[in-house]
Ligand binder design. Structure first.
Ligand SMILES: [Zn+2]
Length: 527
């Protein structure tokens, strides 16, 4: 019976599809229902979940959040006998690669069968920031009666041309993480991450077998990388590494200065992006700008500041774990990065999680979107990814999806102003669980325009566009970012502090004086 009902579910999902049409926001907002399937399953005490991409008609990687309600405790899944509670999940359904961790079920293909103690629960399926949540509502579980829950997960944001990346991720090869490689890959895919660099501390594992075992080759692309973990200088991401390079042997970072550590990394891994990780970590001596005593107000530092990085991790959600004394919120790190832009020493701003676990600080919150010539994760190449990062065509987000151009120029590019004036084109899209109150335009560290994000949810998404004129008196960098008072809820896992919802588009550079080049404004130079 169940089998034929499932066949009906799959057929119903396939038949109305539009072959060849790109997933876009115009998918009809029709709640899933089918007369042949009862959500009440009297002969099977399990919960059976079937989630389908309505455009492709296939199951897709996604995540179920299970909240106990009306006095029922939420689940707390973890591997039996595991002492690392949040680092080893419990395989609830090996056939479907469904992993329980905390109150979440990570599903490689949108399928899972599992048990819950009798009680009342609220269930919602999500997939990062581009898909409308699939809310199954509240269910009552009895000892002899389960549920079949089936539905479509709809991509409601248009992110064509951009790929979602995570470039600071830890797993079992790191001395301070026990997350197995397959569980790590699954945790990335269920958040809609399409390309990731593994960045274990001075170590490299092979993630390709895990990707293939999970059947996720068409969903996620892996780049081998490393977190160069120095004593006293800070931590630096390097990706991709050449095939066969063992970072423990080839990147020993015994050099006496940051500049020499980085020069050595560039010599052995010439195609790698070098990323300054968590520059303002203060609880431990691992943040380079903290260690160098960089002062964003004066632009001065205690020791001579090395700045030849390709990328800077301005939003690292692992920093939410820092003590009150050590914690610098993402706006504080962004301010220091903007001081570097003022000095003409900027590098591409990145958002990564630095995840070491599964339920706490899960991957993808935040993430970095990159503009690539082919945004299919089965076809994207390492070179496409590094070209976008080196060119500065990147947007980081732990919430809304933001795009901006200045005078038609994309992030990272130089554009000429017309008699001191440029028009900034801004596109904002957001799903229900990624709050946004307003968009700010920042030129040379000064907020020059604000737009309120007042649009209502329509078909699962809020979407707004603006063309904003900006008048400048000197060469300028322009950054567009969002702000939100509300934080992101538990569909983004748990964090030691609430997770801010924040998006930031990397700078476009404006030649205002018309000399054909860009001159940095200096630490106090306004717009
Ligand atoms: Zn680190």
């Amino acid at each position: 019976m169940l089998r034929s009902a499932l066949a009906a579910v799959l057929f119903a999902s396939l038949s109305p599809g539009c072959p060849g049409r790109a997933p876009a926001r115009d998918v009809a907002n029709v709640p899933w229902s089918h007369p042949d399937v009862s959500t009440d399953a009297p002969n099977d005490p399990r919960i059976r979940v079937f989630v389908t991409d309505p455009v492709l008609g296939l199951g897709l990687p996604c995540k179920l959040t299970v909240r106990g309600i009306n006095g029922t405790p939420s689940p707390a899944w973890h591997a039996a006998g595991s002492t690392a509670l949040d680092q080893l999940g419990e395989w609830l359904d090996r056939d479907d690669w469904a992993l329980g961790i905390g109150r979440w079920v990570l599903m490689a293909r949108g399928r899972a069968a599992f048990s819950l103690p009798p009680g009342q629960y609220q269930l919602v399926v999500t997939r990062g920031v581009e898909y409308a949540p699939l809310d199954f509502g509240a269910i009552t579980v009895l000892a002899d009666r389960g549920h079949v829950l089936a539905g479509d997960l709809r991509r409601v944001l248009d992110t064509a041309g951009e790929i979602a990346g995570e470039f600071h991720v830890h797993s079992a090869p790191s001395f301070d993480s026990d997350v197995p490689l397959d569980e790590r890959v699954l945790s990335l895919a269920v958040e809609g991450i399409e390309v990731f660099a593994s960045t274990d501390h001075d170590a490299l594992g092979d993630f390709q077998p895990a990707i293939e075992a999970l059947g996720l080759q068409n969903h996620i692309h892996w780049m081998p990388g490393d977190e160069i973990t120095t004593d006293g200088f800070g931590h630096f991401g390097a990706f991709p590494l050449p095939p066969g390079l063992d970072p423990a042997v080839s990147l020993p970072h015994l050099e006496p200065s940051v500049g020499e550590v980085i020069a050595h990394a560039r010599a052995v891994a010439p195609s790698a992006v070098i990323q300054l990780n968590h520059p303002l970590w203060r609880d431990h001596p691992i943040g380079y700008w903290s260690l160098a005593g960089f002062d964003p107000a004066s632009g001065m530092s205690v020791t001579m500041l090395y700045s030849q990085f390709d990328a800077v991790e301005v939003w690292n959600s692992h920093t939410l774990d820092e003590s009150n004394a050590g914690y610098v919120d993402p706006d504080g790190v962004i301010d220091s990065w903007m001081a570097m832009l003022q000095l003409g020493r900027g590098a591409t701003a990145m958002g990564n999680t630095d995840t070491h676990r599964l339920a706490q600080t899960p991957p993808g919150w935040p993430r970095t979107y990159l503009r690539v010539p082919d945004d299919d994760p089965a076809r994207v190449t390492d070179a496409m990814v590094t070209t976008a990062i080196l060119g500065g065509d990147a947007m980081l987000t732990s919430g809304p999806f933001l795009r901006a151009t200045v005078g038609g120029a994309r992030p990272g590019a130089l554009v000429r102003a017309n008699a001191g004036s440029v028009t900034v084109h801004v596109e904002l899209q957001a799903v229900e669980h990624t709050p946004v109150d307003r968009v700010e335009l920042v030129a040379n560290r000064t907020v020059v325009a604000v737009r309120e994000a007042t649009a209502a949810l329509v078909n699962g998404a809020r979407a707004m566009q603006w063309d904003v004129p900006v008048v400048l008196t000197r060469d300028a960098w322009i950054v567009v970012r969002t702000r939100a008072a509300e934080t992101v809820g538990d569909v983004a896992g748990v964090h030691a502090r609430p997770l801010p919802s924040l998006a930031l588009v990397n700078p476009v550079y404006v030649d205002v004086d018309g000399d054909g080049r860009w001159t940095a404004p200096g630490i106090n130079g306004g717009p």
